[in-house]
Design a binder for this molecule. Structure first.
Ligand code: SF4
Ligand code: SF4
Length: 419
């Protein structure tokens, strides 16, 4: 490996060594409690797929390049030198971890392996060996942010076609204005994804609730975060923040995407507007009577999968359950549940990579949980989770349907007659 490259990677290690990382890497006692917390280790019981096994790779590099002992006694202890083989280990560690943080809630010291893997991903970005798919998607999002005016007219046309679906569902006389865009002073800026379902279902719900809302030009998903690139993460998130501020909205509502929600709600500092998940907003509308549901209209057994970034890392547990319980008569909780719920294995950008066999194996914990409930419908509230649950369904031949919460709500909406 070239000297310049090693210098660049060393400076990444040094720049990332903040107080929490120092604590995480110094405190681990190798007690091994976290092994059984990780769905990847559950599916493939090898040390390199355990939280502590992953963190060791980064810890050894930090020891070598950021500690005096690594400099003074380079061949002492378990410090590890940068090189292609080591970076292959870094890749394997980073790209087998979904950042679900189930290990963190079970570690007696609260060690955040997801954050340690953030350093691993940053090294791979600098080394030019991060997954190409994610880099391309992040670059496309950055490009769109730089030249949004080029995209606006084409996007408005696409959205106009989607308005007809909203009109049909709600039996309204005209599709015009059912998905407003660039509406100055709207209460809500809703940020969806590229797929039509992520816009049509929420648009049906906003219209049913007679909300004063407007649709963002951007997608909520942050491929910069998945790739592990802090600059692109910030740029992609700032596009939405700037749009919300320019429109002077009171609230930004994020599509069913756990990571996008957590980034804006928890990682971007204090913002001049409220950040909510569409799940919280649906619950609010149902509680306020603005959205009416057909009660007990689903009799098949239904369970709910907590997306890690919405539930364990975002604190949204009860709202989706309250909505589902209004619609279904046979709700079955997974075990374990809420903050101890197993990760599906698709988060952290893994679902966008060509690794389906790995994800089927590491989805075994989730498969076992679903089967144990006997549910025929698995509801969740995250794009990545839906994709991964469908992969698990196919991989294990499960007789289940996977649905978004917004989809379940729209299918069971008590439609008011139009005035
Ligand atoms: S549970 Fe915590 S202290 Fe124990 S091995 Fe895992 S990360 Fe280290
Ligand atoms: S964050 Fe999740 S995937 Fe990563 S090591 Fe911890 S339990 Fe495993």
């Amino acid at each position: 490996m070239e000297k310049e490259k090693i210098q660049e990677l060393k400076s990444i290690l040094k720049s990332r060594l903040n107080r929490p990382l120092r604590y995480y890497t110094d405190t681990c006692t190798r007690c091994g409690i976290c092994y059984d917390s990780c769905h990847a280790f559950y599916g493939i019981p090898k040390k390199e797929y355990s939280p502590v096994g992953r963190a060791e790779v980064v810890r050894k590099l930090l020891k070598k390049y950021t500690r005096p002992s690594g400099f003074l006694f380079p061949y002492w202890g378990d410090a590890m030198k940068l090189g292609d083989a080591v970076l292959d280990q870094v890749f394997e560690a980073a790209w087998s971890c979904t950042g679900c943080r189930r290990c963190m809630v079970n570690c007696p010291f609260g060690i955040d392996t997801g954050q340690i893997m953030g350093v691993a991903k940053h090294l791979l970005i600098e080394n030019g060996t991060a997954p190409e798919e994610l880099i391309m998607l992040a670059d496309a999002a950055v490009e769109k942010g730089k030249s949004i005016d080029q995209f606006k007219e084409g996007y408005k046309q696409v959205i106009h076609d989607l308005e007809k679906e909203v009109q049909k569902k709600l039996n309204l006389p005209s599709p015009d204005g059912l998905i407003p865009m660039e509406k100055q002073g709207a209460d809500i800026l809703y940020v969806g994804l590229a797929g039509a379902h992520s816009i049509v279902n929420p648009a049906i719900i906003f219209n049913a609730a007679k909300a004063n809302w407007t649709l963002s030009f951007f997608e909520a998903v942050n491929f910069g975060f998945f790739a592990g690139d802090p600059d692109k993460t910030n740029f992609i998130a700032q596009r939405i923040i700037k749009e919300a501020m320019a429109l002077n909205v009171k609230e930004v509502v994020i599509v069913e995407c756990g990571t996008a929600f957590r980034i804006l709600r928890a990682l971007m500092g204090k913002l001049p507007f409220r950040v909510s998940s569409i799940v919280e907003v649906i619950h609010r509308y149902v509680e306020e009577g603005k959205v009416k549901l057909n009660k007990n209209s689903v009799s098949e057994p239904v369970t709910y999968h907590d997306p890690c970034q919405l539930g364990r890392n975002g604190g949204v547990f009860e709202e989706p359950r309250a909505v589902i319980r209004k619609i279904v008569s046979d709700y079955r909780e997974m075990s374990p549940t809420r903050e101890q719920n197993w990760c599906c294995g698709g988060g952290g950008g893994l679902v966008a990579l060509d690794n389906e066999d790995f994800r089927i194996k590491t989805g075994k914990a989730k498969k076992d949980q679903i089967v144990a409930t006997g549910a025929k419908i698995v509801v969740t509230a995250c794009e990545n989770c839906v994709s991964q649950l469908k992969t698990i369904k196919g991989g294990y031949g499960l007789d289940i349907e996977v649905k978004y919460l917004s989809e379940l709500v729209c299918e069971n909406l008590a439609i008011q007659s139009s005035e």
